[in-house]
Design a protein. Sequence first.
Length: 543
Amino acid sequence: MVRSTREHRHRGIALSRGVALGRVCLFVPAPPAAEVGAGGPEVEESRLREALASVSARLELIAGDADETVGPGEAAILRVQGMVLRDESLWETFAAAIRAGGATAERAVTDAFRLFREGLSLTASEASVGRAGDINELEGSLLTALGRAAPTIRCRDAMRCAVGQCELRNPHILVISELTPALVMEVDDLTLGLLTARVGPTSHAAILARAMGLPAVSLGDEGLLERVPFGADLLIDGDRGEVIVSPDPETLAAYAERLRSGPRKMRVAQPVEELQVLANIGRAAELGVALAAHAEGVGLYRTELEPLSLGRLLDEEEQYHRYSAVVEAMAGRAVYIRLLDLGGDKSADFLGLPHEENPVLGLRGARLLLARPEMLREQVRALARASRAGTIHVIAPMIIDVAQFLELREIFEDEAGRFEGRSLLFGPMLEVPSACVQARQLLAAADFASVGTNDLTQYLFAMDRSNAAVARADIHHHPALWSVIEDLAAAARETGRGLCVCGELAGDATLTRRLIRAGIRQVSVAPRGIAEVRMAARSSPGR
Ligand code: PEP
Ligand code: MG
C-alpha cells in the first residue's frame, strides 16, 4: 500500500457502520468525449453498446405506452426504430469507425448517421423525408445517452476501470461525490468502503451500503472530497463518521482490532416476543443474508433497485422468478413486495421521463404506476403467479390519498383477478403526510399498511433525504414525527389492520423500545441490523 506522510482527519456524517482501510479510488464521471479516452477503443465500444441498449429499451417502453395511447401505427414506428438500433450491420459500421478509424463513440454515431441521411436524400420521396426525421431523432437519442454514458473510476495507476471492475485488484475505498443506488450495487469485494459528499443517511445509496455491510461516510462538503489525494491510504470510520487520510502508524495500531474483525461480520439474535423483525431487501440475492439473520420474513422488497442497477425494466418472467425465490425462501413467513417505486430520486433514463424541476415532488411512485399501466400490470402478473406458492403482501408506494389508492387497487385487482390460485394482499405505504392524515380511511380500504419513515421524514420536515447538507442527526427523535407514528399505530389498532414500520428509523436500536411503547409490533430493517433491534427489544421495557 502506498503511504504518504501526514495524517489528516475530517468529520463527516456516518452513513453505514464499520471501519475500512484502503487506497483512494476516485470516481470521475466521463466527460463528453472529444477524443478517444485513455481506455482506448474497448471503452468507446462499450460506451456505445450501453447507449444502444439504453435507447432501444426506452423505445420499447414508449412503444408499449403508444399502443394504448396513440395507437398501433405510432407504436410500430417506434419498434422499427428499435430494430434499426439492434441491426448488426449498424453495429459493424460503428465498430469499424472506432477500431480502424480511431473514432470516439460520438463520432462513430454522427458519421454513420450522416451516411444514412446521404443515402436517403438520393431518393427524395415523401417517405424518405419521414425516415430522415426518424434517423435524426435516433441520432439525437444516442448522443444524449452517450453524454450520460457510464462514468469511470481512477486511482493513481489505472485510469479507466469501471465500478466493480478494479483492474489492479486493489482493495480500495471508493470516493464518489454523488453516490447513486445503482453504483453501490455495482461494487465488488475489492471495494471496502465508500466516501461521498452529497448523500444523506436515509438516501437509497446509504440504505444499500448498510444492507451490504459496507462502511460509508459522507463529508457533506464537495471541496473536501476533491482534496482527498490519489494514491493515499484512507481509513473511514462509519461508526463515528470520521475520515482519516494517510493514517499514521499510531492511528493504524489503534484501529487494528476493528479492522481485523472485518466490516461485514453479522451478529445473529433469535426472535423476540414483543416485536416481529423482518428484513428489507433490494435484490432476491440478499435473501441469504436475511435467512442468516433469522428474519421473520421479508418486510420490504424494493423491486425498483435491480432495474435501476441494470438500466432496464425486468420482464414478467424475470420478475416472476425473483418473487418466487423470495416466497420459497421465506417458506411460509411473511413476504411484503413493493410495486416499482420509480421516479424522484430513483429515476433512470430508461423511463424516458420528461425533465422535472422537482422530481421528488413529481411523477413518481403511485403516480408513475398510474401513468404507466402496462408497467404496473406486468408486475402484477408476475406477483400473482408467484403468490400461488405463498401469500404476498403487495405494497403500493407513495400513496397520497384514499382515491389514489383505490384507483391503483382497481387496476391491481383487474389484472390479478385473471390468475387462479393467487394469494395477494394489498396495502399502501404510508410515507406522504396527506396519506397519514387519512390513515384510518386508507387502512379501512386496505388489507394492511407499511410506514416508510424515510420519505415521511423528508416530506414532513421539507428536508431532502438525499442532501447531506440538510441532514439532522436528531430528526428521528422529533416529537412531530412521533406524534404521526403513534397516531398510525392507533389507527391500525382501531381498524384491526397490520402495520409494519420499515424506514431506516426502525433499524435504529436506540428507538426500538420507543416504537414498542408507541404500539408498533412489526418492523422491517436491513438484515444486518436485525440482531441489534431484537436485543434492544429484549432490553428493559423502561428504556
Ligand atoms: C421509506 O420511504 O421509508 C421507505 C421504506 O421506502 P424507500 O426508502 O425505498 O423510499
Ligand atoms: Mg419511500
